[in-house]
Design a protein around this ligand. Structure first.
Ligand code: ATP
Length: 268
């Protein structure tokens, strides 16, 4: 079950160059995570230069949080465990606590490793009295396992969480994630960079003006921009097919006319 969510760096398809408009976040992640993991020997004597054991990426959907997490693992040469919170929060499953320790011990064995938790708020939200007992125990145990990483200075395991609702997270969890990055909706300039990247290897007509497109797409996420470009290419393809069909139809009807002419000539 866990192994199906485990990816080795060579199989991660995303790298920094696939992400546009997030240079500052990338730079900070490079300094705080990638360098300390890649140059462990260089940083081992310094307590100040340890990679954080928790990183939080927050912001609206479709703005690149998952991309950033995967690319960080790729660039740092870390394995990537995509932890499915649905399995951990399923109170009928009953085995979730065992599963949580299995994830952490697997991560320790295969480190350097990122344990990525998308929608971390759905699992580690603020504790309250209505929590199912199994859920409350699960959260406490998860935090204990996490703390185990912090006490082991040699560990290169990082828990990276992504959420659209950081305000719902348990304060104790937020404290465990000292590196936090807001990945917001792209600005006009960032939209232009994302559009440029998406259309990089496409054939686009000369009258496509990226500055204008970036201006007109206020409020679009990176994912929306990709979808918009995909729709435009589907539309273009349909137009092309229609033109081709028309040519085909008219050449068929020309062929029919010719056949008629031939048979008329023969009848004569
Ligand atoms: P969610 O909160 O819904 O999980 P997310 O913030 O994790 O969303 P991603 O899954 O990383 O968003 O991004 C979705 C898709 O949008 C990406 O696969 C990519 O195609 C495109 N995309 C988003 N942001 C960027 C960006 N900055 N540069 C390039 N592509 C982007």
């Amino acid at each position: 079950m866990i192994a199906s969510h485990l990816v080795v760096p060579a199989d991660i398809k995303v790298q920094w160059s696939d992400i546009a408009g997030l240079d500052l976040v990338i730079q900070e992640l490079r300094e705080s995570v990638v360098l300390p993991v890649q140059h462990k020997d260089l940083f081992k004597s310094s307590k100040l230069w340890q990679a954080p054991k928790g990183v939080l990426l927050h912001g609206p959907p479709g703005c690149g949080k998952t991309l950033i997490a995967k690319a960080t693992a790729k660039e740092a040469g870390m394995r990537f465990i995509n932890l499915d919170v649905a399995i951990l929060t399923d109170k009928w499953y009953g085995e979730s606590q065992k599963l949580a320790s299995a994830v952490f011990s697997l991560a320790a064995k295969i480190q350097p490793c990122i344990i990525f938790i998308d929608e971390i708020d759905s699992f580690l939200r603020a504790r309250n009295s209505t929590d199912h007992e199994a859920t409350a125990m699960m959260k406490t145990q998860f935090m204990m396992l996490w703390d185990g990483l912090s006490t082991d200075s040699k560990s290169s395991v990082i828990v990276m969480g992504a959420t659209n609702r950081p305000q719902d997270l348990d304060k104790a969890i937020v404290r465990r994630m000292p590196a936090q990055f807001h990945i917001g909706l792209p600005t006009e300039l960032q939209r232009k960079e994302i559009l440029k990247l998406i259309l990089e290897s496409e054939e686009i007509s000369e009258d496509v003006d990226l500055n204008r497109l970036a201006k007109l797409t206020n409020g679009y996420s990176g994912s929306d921009l990709r979808e918009m470009c995909r729709n435009a290419s589907v539309h273009r393809m349909r137009q092309f097919m229609r033109v081709n069909d028309n040519i085909l139809q008219s050449s068929n009807s020309n062929a029919n006319i010719n056949k008629k002419e031939i048979s008329m000539t023969m009848d004569d």
